[in-house]
Design a protein around this ligand. Structure first.
Ligand code: KIV
Length: 256
């Protein structure tokens, strides 16, 4: 186990863990230098970087390109690479995908699902590659699973998410993201879970840590912000202001 991951794991139940997405060199460098614990090169880059409507358009080639750039920038944080849809349909394919992401500089990989991908997670962890699981709302399955709605609202759904957590743990993951899940369910899962839980849209203080999409945090994608996001800046407004100032200055300089 990589020493950066070991020191994050040791903080379960002691100190909350911060995770943020980053997809490019300057952002990853700023986020790392600010002291975040883990940087996720999420497949949310499909929307935030590439203009796709959802994450299902992201390919392994996209991921390799962005993970390599982020890994070049990061000195301290754990770099986690998302595995795109249909790159882990079998345990063999999952291992091949994970190895390629590790080869370009990731410290760990993340994939979505619980019981359905237990064999895939096990194949990766048994090869010595650290895995972060992802349960609750699964963005890669959002079309067939009824859209972006809060998960765990019924007893059956809450029990299924708990079983997913147990499968991820059995398969040897070091951490699990719990996305868009009823807050009391995320809290119950965290209490029952021996590995680090990281919440997003799962309530404040319900998990061992939180992950946010960088653009949601800084107001970098003004065309859509999830309801649970808590923006801390408005960089889109700053960019627009700077660009307009530049345009005005060029125009004011006059034709020569
Ligand atoms: O791709 C991503 O940004 C993610 C987070 C929502 C956890 O998977």
């Amino acid at each position: 186990m990589n020493s950066k991951i070991a020191s994050v794991i040791a903080r379960k139940g002691i100190e909350p863990i911060s995770e943020l997405t980053a997809y490019d060199y300057p952002t990853a460098r700023l986020v790392d230098e600010a002291g975040v614990d883990m940087i996720l090169v999420g497949d949310s880059l499909g929307m935030m970087m590439l203009g796709f409507p959802d994450t299902t358009h992201v390919t392994q080639a996209h991921m390799l390109h962005h993970v390599e750039a982020v890994a070049r920038a990061v000195k301290n944080a754990v770099v986690i690479a998302d595995m795109p849809i249909h790159t882990y349909d079998t345990p063999e394919q999952a291992l091949e995908t994970a190895r390629a992401l590790m080869a370009v500089g990731a410290d760990a990989v993340k994939l979505e699902g619980g019981t359905a991908v237990e064999a895939q997670i096990r194949a990766i962890t048994q090869a010595g590659i650290p895995v972060q699981g992802h349960i609750g709302l699964l963005p890669q399955k959002v079309k067939e699973d009824g859209g972006y709605r809060m998960r765990g609202k019924t007893d059956e759904e809450a029990a299924a998410i708990m079983r997913d957590m147990e499968a991820v743990v059995r398969a040897g993951a070091f951490s699990v993201v719990i996305e868009c899940t009823k807050h009391s369910v995320a809290q119950a899962i965290t209490r029952a879970c021996p590995i680090i839980t990281i919440g997003i849209g799962a309530g404040r203080g319900t998990c061992d840590g939180e992950v946010a999409v960088f653009h949601d945090l800084v107001g970098g994608y003004p065309w859509f912000t999830p309801s649970f996001a808590r923006p801390r800046a408005d960089i889109s407004a700053e960019i627009t202001r700077a660009v307009k100032t530049y345009i005005d200055e060029v125009r004011d300089s006059g034709a020569k």
